[in-house]
Ligand binder design. Sequence first.
Ligand code: IPE
Ligand code: IPE
Ligand code: MG
Length: 257
Amino acid sequence: MTALPPGADGVPRHVAIIMDGNGRWAKQRNLPRIAGHRAGVENVRALVRRSAEAGVEVLTLFAFSSENWRRPPLEVRLLMDLFVMALDQEAQKLHENGVQLRVIGDRSPFPRKLQDSIAAAEALTRHNQGLRLVIAANYGGHWDITQAARQLAEAVKAGTLEPAHITPQLLAGFLSTADLPDPDLFIRSGGEQRISNFLLWQLAYTEFYFTDCLWPDFDQDEYDRALASFRGRQRRFGMIGEQLEAAHGRETAAPID
Ligand code: IPE
Ligand code: IPE
Ligand code: MG
C-alpha cells in the first residue's frame, strides 16, 4: 500500500507559525513589550505538546526575522536574553519528550552565548525521533534562497554542476529546510495577513490560516480551530476537484515536487 500523501488523514505533517502579536498583547495590559514576548514563550510549550499529540511531524516557529534587527536595540537585546533562557530551560524537557530541535537562519550575528545555547540544544536532541521543532531565528526567505543560490554558484564555478541541471528540486536541496517536507499548514496570529519574509519558497502550496488572536492568547482551542480548518480544505495542487475524487477517492492530492 502506498503511503498517504501529506494531510490525507487530516493532520498536517508540517505546521509553520508566525507567532505575532506579543507587543500588542503587552500594550493592552500596560506592560512592557518584553512581557508579551515572555508570555509568548510560555505559549510555545503548550503548542509543542499539542502538536506532538495531534500527530504533527514538524513544527516550525518564526521567532526572529532578519528584519527584526530594526527594532529598538533594547528590545533586540532582551529578546536575545529570552532565547538563551528559554533554550537553556527547555532543552532538557524537550529531550525527555523525544523532540528534535533545530534552528534555521543565519546565527552568525547572534551573541556567543546564544550561539552556544543553540548548539547545545541541537546536539542534545539530535537523535530524537519525536516531533521535529524548527525555530527560525534571524531567518528570512530571501536569505534562505540566496544562500542556496550561492552554493549552486560555487558548485558551477568548481565545475561539479552544469547550470542546465539546476531544477527546483535541486535548489530546494540547498535550502535550510532541505530534509523537511514543505509546510502543509501556515498559521499567523496577530491579525496581519502577510508572510513577512518567512519560508517564501517552501510555502508555495501551503494552506494559509490567519487569526486576529494575539500570540500569547493563541491557546489549544485556537490551535485546534486552525487544525480543523485545515481538515476542511481540498488541496488540488493545480488539478481540479473531480480528478482527485475520481483517481483516489480522497480529498487530497500529492504535493508538487
Ligand atoms: C512577534 O510579536 C514576536 C517577534 C517578532 C519577536 P511582535 O513583537 O511583533 O508583536 P506586535 O506585532 O508588536 O504586537
Ligand atoms: C514577523 O513578525 C516575525 C516574527 C513573528 C518573528 P513581525 O511583527 O516582525 O512582522 P511585520 O514586521 O509586522 O511584518
Ligand atoms: Mg508583530
